[in-house]
Design a protein around this ligand. Structure first.
Ligand code: NCD
Length: 423
C-alpha cells in the first residue's frame, strides 16, 4: 500500500515533510519526501492534509481482562485504542485474577491476536495476587511475554519489599512501572486535598503522599539499578523530584496523562465522578508543571491510564465510585488542542512523546518510520474539529470528563503490521 502526499513526521529520524510512504509485507519499505513513489499496482490512500506518523503507543492502559469484561474487554479495548490512533497498548495487571503468572500472560497475548485492533503488550504483577507479600515469578512472566512489571492500583508500601522486587526485576532487565502513593497518608481520600475538597466535604488525597513515594522509589532505583518508570505524574513537586533524581543519575523515566494538563480538581464540583481518578486532578499550577515537564523532557512520555468502568459504577456517590477515566479515544486530540495549538509542544514533539518515547522506554518495536520497521502507522487529521461524544466511543468505558468538549485533531486511519485496523 502507498500512503500518498501526507505530512510525514517521524521524531526518531527528524523527518517532517510532505511525501509518500510505501508498505510492503507488513513493513515500511520506503519513505520518499516530495512524493513520486510509482504506483506499481499498489493500493493507494490519499493522505493530503493528513499527518503520517509512527503508530501511537500507550504504555499504561487497563483492558480489564481477565475477569472484568463488563468494564472493557480485548475486543473493545484494542478497538478503542485503534480508534484513538494507537497501534500498541500495554495493559496493567490489576485484573481478576491478577496477571501474576505465565499462563495468564500467554492467554492474553494469544487472544489479542484474534482481535482487529492495536497490538497488546502485557505488564505483569510485581507480587502474587498484587498482595505485596510474595514476589511474582517474574522470570516466568518475562518468558511468557511480559515486558514490564507493576504494582498499579495495589501500590507497594513496604520499602524493603519494593527493594527486593526491584532487585529481582533489575536482574531480569524488566522495568518496574510504579504507582507512587503512601497510603498511610493518602488514607482513603477520594480527590485532591485542598479548597474544593473542603467545599465539597470530601476527604482529600494530599499531594505529599505521592511525592514522597516518587522519592522513595527513585532512591530504590538508584540502589538496585532497576529501571523505574513513574506512572501518572500529577503534581508540580513530583516533576521537581523526578528532575532531581535524574540529575543524580537515577534510572528513572516518567509519564503524565492528558487529564493532568487539561483539568483541575474543580472538575469534581457537582460530585462529578467522571472527574475521579487516582492520582487525582490537582491545581492549575500542577497543570502548568506537567506542560513544562513535557517540554523539558523531565516527563518522558504521555500515557492515558485508560481506566474504563461501567456506567452504574460511576453512578454511585462520589466516595463510592471507582477511580479512573476513559483515555484512549481523546488523548491525541487533547494533546493537539492543549499542547500543540497553544505552541507548548511542536506536533513532532507530541508524536515523539506518544510513540517514539514510549517505545524506547519499554524497549518495544515501533515508534519509528525507518525503512524495514514494522508498518505500525497512524494517519490523523491535525485540523479536524469534533465534539467528544462518550456514547460514540468504541470502548465500553464512557466514563470521561471530556464529554461535550470541542477538540481539534482526529485519527483517520490506523495501520498495524500493514493492515488497516481502523479507518
Ligand atoms: N488510575 C485509576 O484511577 N484507576 C485505575 C487503577 C488505580 O486505581 O490506580 C483502574 O484500574 O481503574
Amino acid at each position: 500500500m502507498i500512503l500518498r502526499n501526507g505530512r510525514v513526521i517521524d521524531p526518531s529520524s527528524g523527518i517532517d515533510g510532505i511525501g509518500d510512504l510505501r508498505i510492503e509485507d507488513g513493513r515500511i519499505a520506503e519513505v520518499r519526501l516530495g512524493g513520486g513513489i510509482p504506483t506499481d499496482g499498489h493500493f493507494e490512500r490519499d493522505c493530503t492534509g493528513k499527518v503520517i506518523c509512527p503508530g501511537l503507543i500507550d504504555i499504561h492502559v487497563h483492558l480489564r481482562e481477565p475477569g472484568q469484561e463488563y468494564k472493557e474487554d480485548l475486543a473493545s479495548g484494542l478497538g478503542s485504542a485503534a480508534a484513538g490512533g494507537f497501534t500498541t497498548v500495554a495493559c496493567m495487571p490489576n485484573t481478576t485474577p491478577v496477571i501474576d503468572s505465565a499462563p495468564i500472560v500467554r492467554d492474553l497475548i494469544a487472544r489479542a491476536k484474534l482481535e482487529k485492533g492495536a497490538r497488546i503488550q502485557v505488564i505483569g504483577a510485581l507480587s502474587k495476587g498484587m498482595k505485596n507479600t510474595e514476589l511474582a515469578e517474574m522470570g516466568d512472566l518475562k518468558a511468557a511475554g511480559a515486558i514490564a512489571v507493576s504494582d498499579d492500583a495495589y501500590q507497594v508500601q513496604d520499602a524493603g519489599f519494593m527493594r527486593k522486587a526491584m532487585e529481582y526485576a533489575a536482574m531480569l532487565d524488566l522495568p518496574v512501572l510504579a504507582h507512587c502513593e503512601n497510603t498511610s497518608l493518602s488514607d482513603g481520600g477520594v480527590m485532591n486535598e485542598g479548597y474544593t475538597a473542603s467545599v465539597l466535604g470530601l476527604k482529600g488525597l494530599p499531594r505529599e503522599a505521592y511525592e514522597m513515594d516518587v522519592m522513595r522509589n527513585g532512591l530504590l532505583a538508584m540502589m538496585t539499578g532497576c529501571h523505574l518508570h513513574v506512572l501518572h505524574v500529577s503534581t508540580a513537586r513530583e516533576v521537581e523530584i523526578i528532575r532531581f533524581l535524574k540529575s543524580l543519575g537515577a534510572p528513572v523515566t516518567a509519564e503524565t496523562g492528558p487529564h493532568y494538563w487539561c483539568l483541575t480538581d474543580e472538575a469534581c464540583k457537582g460530585y462529578n465522578t467522571n472527574a475521579k481518578m487516582n492520582p487525582p486532578l490537582r491545581t492549575q499550577t500542577d497543570c502548568e508543571a506537567m506542560i513544562v515537564g513535557l517540554k523539558d523532557g523531565t516527563l518522558d512520555c504521555i500515557a492515558t491510564d485508560h481506566a474504563p468502568h461501567a456506567a452504574y459504577e460511576k453512578a454511585q456517590e462520589f466516595p463510592l465510585a471507582p477511580f479512573g477515566i476513559h483515555g484512549l479515544e481523546t488523548s491525541l486530540a487533547l494533546g493537539i488542542t492543549y499542547l500543540v495549538k497553544p505552541n507548548h509542544l511542536s506536533l513532532a514533539a507530541l508524536i515523539g512523546q506518544m510513540s517514539t518515547a514510549p517505545a524506547r522506554i519499554l524497549g518495544l518495536p515501533g515508534g519509528t518510520l525507518e525503512p524495514d520497521s514494522v508498518a505500525d502507522i497512524t494517519v490523523f487529521d491535525p485540523d479536524a474539529e469534533w465534539v467528544v461524544e462518550p456514547e460514540a466511543f468504541v470502548s465500553k468505558g464512557k466514563n470521561t470528563p471530556f464529554g461535550g468538549w470541542k477538540l481539534t485533531g482526529k485519527p483517520v486511519m490506523t495501520i498495524v503490521g500493514g493492515e488497516v485496523v481502523f479507518s
